[in-house]
Design a protein around this ligand. Structure first.
Ligand SMILES: [Zn+2]
Length: 245
């Protein structure tokens, strides 16, 4: 991974043909409360939006569970800033208000944030949010030409073996690094044994290190890491009413 001067992201990248559609206007129905984190930060969100995008919220708010009765969901283990990103994505398909700056794109904090958004999307059944997190992570790595070293432990601690996020992280290492030496130059403190095993396996399967160029990495097809089953809930919230009208 040799640094290139003034790299420009190609503007003609292939669009994902399975982007999450916006829901019908009837999804803006009435607000429910989601209390997030230990500090129970309250978010008021339209129920129709939550149940359209997320199979988790659809089950919780439409079912006979406590949440279905009270219309309040407690997410004690989640982070408010991650839920905020989910809310922003539902409304305008962005995770943050500002476009990330070059220094933000290569920051450990930003990579960690994107991984947390992905894990939240996975836990809460929101395929479109996971895809957005992957796209932004791919963009961050391609544009700043860094491997997300510090995210490895978090990813391996918080995802199942079949996770697309694991597959993404492995792919960037095996594709863009050119040798064992290049891999070792990144240090070892951030590694896990499972990651090293998976990586060795994949490097072996592809016949050695690839040392892919920054442009080739930028042009990788993101759909290989996407979950195209979105949105989370297939039926819009009012479809039952429509059927009986
Ligand atoms: Zn796709």
């Amino acid at each position: 991974m040799a640094a290139t001067v003034k790299f420009k992201m190609p503007t003609d990248l292939k669009e994902c043909p399975h982007k999450t559609e916006f829901p019908p206007l009837t999804a803006w129905d009435y607000e429910v409360s989601i209390n997030v984190g230990k500090q129970k930060k309250e978010f008021r969100v339209f129920k129709g939006l939550l149940t359209y995008y997320s199979s988790y919220f659809a089950a919780a708010l439409n079912g006979s569970f406590k949440e279905g009765v009270t219309q309040v969901v407690e997410l004690e283990e989640d982070k408010p800033e991650v839920f905020e990103a989910f809310k922003r994505w539902m409304y305008n398909r962005r995770l943050r208000d500002q476009d990330p700056t070059p220094s933000w794109l290569k920051s450990t904090k930003y990579h960690q944030f994107l991984c947390e958004v992905f894990v939240f999307g996975d836990m809460r059944g929101i395929p479109g949010l996971k895809n957005m997190a992957i796209d932004q992570l791919h963009r961050a790595t391609a544009e700043s030409w860094v491997v997300p070293n510090d995210a490895i432990k978090y990813v391996y601690d918080n995802t199942p073996e079949s996770s697309a996020l694991r597959s993404f992280i492995l792919c960037i290492y095996r594709s863009t690094l050119a040798s064992v030496k290049a891999f070792m130059e990144h240090g070892k403190d951030h590694l896990t044994i499972d990651f090293i095993f998976d990586l060795l396996n994949e490097v072996d399967a592809q016949g050695g290190w690839k040392g892919m160029s920054q442009l080739s990495w930028a042009r990788m097809d993101r759909c290989q890491w996407h979950d195209h089953s979105s949105p989370g809930e297939k039926l819009p919230p009012t479809s039952k009413d429509d059927a009986t009208a």
